[in-house]
Design a binder for this molecule. Structure first.
Ligand code: ZN
Length: 248
């Protein structure tokens, strides 16, 4: 069930049997010369919809801008500052808590969101307690990174070895090819690719990673691989969501 394609009475009815909701979160950021700017949001949204269908869960609208400040040296990237994102997530969750939701399962497509999301969760628990929200004590937030599912990681290693890299990876590019085959892009990819540098500001990032990739070879991606990654992630995260719902 997609929240944005539901009516308020349908949401009210859903809440009588479940207080859980899945929130896809990605980023709008460069993904190398051949990867789509929307890669992280596309992957999170597609997999979240699959998990929602499998588990009969409500899926919130995709949060498609995240914390990508270090990518802003490349045109097309849009980022929130961590402090903005914390407040954004807090308001988002507070609205849903008010409606009666308690369990928030973020399906995340961007590594750069993880720290800020965890900080936002701490902020939210305290905020709701201090406001004496009636169900504050029952609120639970969790972040599940599709690209860190053990089955996904294993397949990526088998297919790509070290060329999976850590940004603009063939696995994430493959998922976007599966979802949008009409938008598959090709580009010259230099065999020399930056890897292993620490991340500081956006100027330094572009200097260290001149074409935006981090150790990856996205030319290895195929839409058939993308379909395999999709199924593995949906399977593993559906299990994860159901366990999260059952936990106290
Ligand atoms: Zn990505």
């Amino acid at each position: 069930m997609l929240l944005h394609l539901s009516t308020w009475p349908e949401v009210e009815t859903y809440l009588q049997t479940s207080q859980g909701i899945i929130l896809p979160i990605g980023s709008t950021e460069q993904h190398g010369p051949s990867g789509l700017i929307g890669t992280d949001a596309i992957c999170a949204e597609t997999i979240a919809k699959g998990v929602g269908e499998r588990t009969q869960a409500m899926v919130a609208p995709t949060i498609n801008v995240g914390m990508a400040l270090h990518h802003t040296g490349f045109p097309g990237t849009i980022s929130l500052r961590p402090s903005t994102m914390i407040l954004f997530i807090r308001d988002y969750i507070t609205s849903l808590v008010k409606a009666g939701f308690h369990k928030f399962y973020f399906i995340n497509g961007h590594g750069g969101n993880i720290h800020t999301l965890r900080a936002a969760f701490s902020e939210i628990y305290t905020y709701l307690e201090e406001l004496h929200y009636p169900h504050a004590v029952r609120v639970r937030c969790q972040v599940a990174n599709w690209f860190m599912c053990s089955s996904v990681y294993k397949l990526a290693k088998e297919l790509y070895g070290d060329e999976e890299g850590s940004h603009a990876t063939p696995s994430e590019v493959a998922v976007t090819q599966f979802v949008y085959p009409e938008a598959i892009k090709t580009a010259f990819l230099s065999p020399e690719v930056g890897k292993g540098h620490k991340i500081y500001g956006s100027i330094d990032f572009r200097r260290r990673y001149p074409d935006g990739r981090m150790g990856s070879n996205p030319a290895l991606a195929t839409k058939e691989h993308g379909q395999q990654f999709y199924h593995l992630a949906v399977e593993e995260l559906s299990q994860g969501y159901l366990e999260f719902l059952q936990g106290d």
